[in-house]
Structure formats: structure tokens, C-alpha cells
Design a protein around this ligand. Structure first.
Ligand code: ZN
Length: 136
């Protein structure tokens, strides 16, 4: 089941500059994290209590985010939906004929498990399904 919008991923070339911009809008930087598997640095800005903006900055030219920026420029890169059961939702998407980028969940930022659905199957939107880490 899809529970809520988790975050919106925004590809940026200059993380410090982008952080400054969102701070100037009045948002508060929550954390910066390196995700080695994606070769990116990620900065999180909570928006309200339920949702975040996730700034994605490549740390290497062969990062998927670097390739995205090269092709499309900076901007919204993906939209992440929080789900209660990621393996079940992936299986459901697979059975619906949706092209999966990740056949199995993998670790993302913030201790979440994530998997991407291919934009070819979703009307042009790179969709991330994400099982957020439980807060205790
Ligand atoms: Zn994400």
C-alpha cells in the first residue's frame, strides 16, 4: 500500500549553493549524507512533518545523477512514494508489467530501503518506492 509522498529528489550541480537557496526560502537543513552506491551526496530538507526535499549532487561523473544532469539539466529527478511493504509493492508493479530498475530493494539514504520504477513505464516520471526507517 502506498502511504504518502516521502520526498522529491532534485538533481543539483552545486550542493552548497542549492542548500543556501533552500535555506534562504526558510527551510531547515536536516542532514547531509553520502550514498556510495549512487555516487551522490544527499541533503535533506523537511517540508512539514511528512515530506522532504532531497537534493542530490553527484560526487563522480559516472553517477546516475551526473548522467541525468548531463541529459536534462538540473531539476526534479524523482518522486518517492512511501510504502508499507516494499517487496510486495515491487512484486505488484512487476505483475502489472511495470519495468523495474531495481528488482529487489536496496539501501538508500536515511536508512530507508528503496527501489526505482522505470520512467518508460510511468509516463516519464522516475518513481522511487521507499520503505522509510521506522522511528521509535
Ligand atoms: Zn529518493
Amino acid at each position: 500500500m502506498i502511504k504518502k509522498l516521502s520526498h522529491i529528489g532534485i538533481a543539483v550541480k552545486d550542493l552548497d549553493k542549492a542548500i543556501e537557496f533552500y535555506q534562504s526560502l526558510g527551510l531547515t537543513l536536516e542532514s547531509i549524507e553520502e550514498v556510495e552506491s549512487q555516487k551522490i551526496k544527499v541533503a535533506f530538507f523537511p517540508v512539514g512533518t511528512e515530506c522532504r526535499l532531497e537534493l542530490l549532487c553527484p560526487t563522480s561523473e559516472d553517477s546516475p545523477v551526473a548522467k541525468f544532469i548531463e541529459k536534462k539539466g538540473e531539476g526534479i529527478q524523482h518522486i518517492a512514494l512511501a510504502v508499507d511493504d516494499l517487496p510486495a509493492e515491487l512484486q505488484r508493479a512487476d505483475e502489472m508489467g511495470i519495468q523495474l530498475i531495481d528488482k529487489a530493494p536496496r539501501p538508500g539514504a536515511h536508512g530507508a530501503d528503496i527501489a526505482f520504477l522505470h520512467p518508460k513505464s510511468t509516463g516519464g516520471v522516475l518513481l522511487e518506492l521507499c520503505k522509510e526507517k521506522e522511528h521509535h
